[in-house]
Design a protein around this ligand. Structure first.
Ligand code: FE2
Ligand code: FE2
Length: 230
């Protein structure tokens, strides 16, 4: 069966949006990126539109910003000195004008893309930029977040977990060394970092799954040790 992307058919349709999607897809095609591919951008788009239907904001700006927010990632993977948010914001205007996107909305798309990286600790000024930040982080929470963490950790040759102290009860968490540490130090705290109530509630729900996953993972990791103590 041929592989097809799964998105809400009501989103990203229309000639202009299809063109923007195709431009983004071409940039991601063939670039090894451990989960940060066109499917991430499409999921972020679906989340943006859902959040915006409750919180407000311009859905056209959000669709375009979601589709293009990470197009600088393949370049950052090759050269870590590249900031993918800045590069994505630089590449976006040409793609948008080529697709006939309303020129008066381009600056708002560029602003949202440029400010989407939460790791910079910035709270964006516009509602669309805040929603994009929320949707981007919501997509790396829950089951998808765990899957992306393990994919990225594998690509970076990191270990799954610290073998003698997986929950870091007697050491500092080190997300650069262990995938589970990244989940504990970053993913678990995502709900508290959301700007909108809609995204926070969704993140809390996804977090409940993640908590259960971590509990089971640790149960399995410590199986032999627990048996020895019985
Ligand atoms: Fe990004
Ligand atoms: Fe992203």
């Amino acid at each position: 069966m041929e592989e097809q992307e799964v998105i809400n058919p009501a989103h990203g349709s229309g000639e202009k949006r299809m063109q923007i999607r195709e431009s983004a897809r071409k940039i991601f095609d063939g670039a090894a990126n451990a989960g940060h591919d066109i499917n991430h951008s499409l999921r972020v788009m679906d989340l943006c539109i859902h959040i915006s239907s409750i919180e407000g904001g311009d859905s056209e700006i959000l669709e375009a910003a979601a589709l293009l927010h990470d197009i600088g990632r393949p370049a950052q993977l090759k050269d870590p000195a590249v900031d993918h948010a800045t590069l994505s914001a630089q590449l976006a205007p040409d793609i948008l004008s080529g697709a006939g996107f309303a020129s008066q909305k381009v600056p708002a798309v560029v602003y949202a893309i440029k400010h989407h990286r939460y790791s910079f600790g910035l709270t964006p000024d516009t509602l669309e930029a805040r929603i994009l930040q929320d949707a981007d982080r919501l997509d790396i929470s829950g089951a998808v977040g765990a899957a992306m963490t393990f994919a990225y950790s594998g690509a970076m040759n990191r270990k799954l977990y610290h073998s003698s102290d997986p929950l870091a009860e007697h050491r500092q968490l080190d997300g650069d060394k262990y995938a589970l540490d990244h989940i504990l130090s970053k993913l678990m705290h995502l709900p508290g970092s959301m700007h909108t109530t809609t995204a926070r509630l969704m993140a809390e729900e996804r977090n409940r799954f993640l908590n259960g996953f971590v509990e089971q993972l640790v149960r399995e990791i410590t199986f032999g040790r627990r048996q020895a103590n019985e």
